[in-house]
Ligand binder design. Structure first.
Ligand code: AMP
Length: 278
């Protein structure tokens, strides 16, 4: 069946074929990471809907909304080649009525770590994701572990607001040298990219250590060695469900997460570790 491009709720309703629907929300500029989410979606449902929407609400005034890459034709080809049924590509005007009043607040968890650097970001993310859920009405939705705090907050939203959708987290797809794929990587020069490799290296070296203090120190040493071109925003070792820092005796899964700027490009990455297994 040919790929349908839906612009609004009516188009989405018409495109519904019955059976289970999986939604993969994206901002476009699709890469192998997005493809892996689409493949998971296909394995879980009869119909896959990929949304492509650069959400103005989740960008701060000094962030890269206007220069965010937009490659819609190439994205359609990716979706076609992956067997996607519907691409939902609304306009900002259709998504956000000028009179709108009500939006979501992501709470304390939306104000720490990534949220501390990007005030309002997670409010914008949750608002658009809930709107996408209401428009597409998927049975399952797939999100990347690459945006670990976003994934945790979406799980929180679904639990706190009883949203009838199953959330699936997908592992981060990386380049052979360890660099996490990101739509923003295309901004990096070859020299920037070399500097940016310190993020994934720091996570790897941190993950090889046994205890929180040593994990943090090993990762920090790699970031420090990268020099002044790497402008580190944060390095944290947190509980994956709450994003609060873990203590030395913590046991269970933890997320080692980093954010840094290389030139004008802000990058994030993380790994999941198991601490003090029983
Ligand atoms: P974005 O288009 O950047 O908003 O991302 C759309 C979805 O793809 C989000 O759920 C991301 O977490 C996920 N994603 C982004 N990069 C990767 C990656 N390298 N591997 C797996 N998923 C990713």
């Amino acid at each position: 069946m040919d790929l349908i491009v839906a612009r609004n709720r009516d188009d989405l309703v018409k495109a519904r074929t019955g059976g289970e629907v999986a939604l993969v929300p994206t901002m476009g500029a699709l890469h192998e990471g997005h493809r892996s989410l689409i493949r998971l979606a296909r394995a879980r449902a009869d119909q896959v809907v990929v949304s492509i929407f650069v959400n103005p609400l989740q960008f701060g005034p000094s962030e890269d909304f206007s220069r965010y890459p937009r490659t819609f034709d190439a994205d359609l080809e990716v979706c076609r080649s992956e067997g996607v049924s519907v691409v939902f590509h609304p306009s900002a005007e259709d998504m956000y009525h000028p009179d709108r009043q009500v939006s979501l607040h992501s709470g304390r968890m939306g104000e720490i770590v990534e949220g501390a650097s990007r005030p309002g970001h997670f409010d914008g993310v949750l608002t658009v994701v809930l709107k996408l859920f209401n428009l597409v009405q998927p049975h399952v939705a797939i999100f990347g572990q690459k945006d670990a705090q976003q994934l945790a907050l979406i799980r929180r939203m679904v639990a706190d607001l009883d949203v009838p959708v199953e959330i699936i987290g997908a592992p981060t797809v990386r380049e052979p040298d360890g660099m996490a794929l990101s739509s923003r990587n295309r901004y990096l020069s070859a020299a920037d990219r070399q500097v940016a490799l310190a993020l994934s290296r720091a996570l790897r070296e941190g993950a090889a250590e046994p205890a929180p203090s040593r994990i943090r120190a090993a990762a920090r040493a790699v970031l420090d060695a990268a020099g002044p071109e790497l402008d580190v925003d944060y390095l944290v070792l947190v509980d994956p469900a709450t994003f609060t820092e873990v203590g030395e005796t913590y046991s269970g899964e933890a997320v080692l997460a980093v954010a840094a700027r290389v030139g004008a490009t802000r990058l994030i990455d993380n790994v999941i570790l198991t601490l003090n297994p029983a």
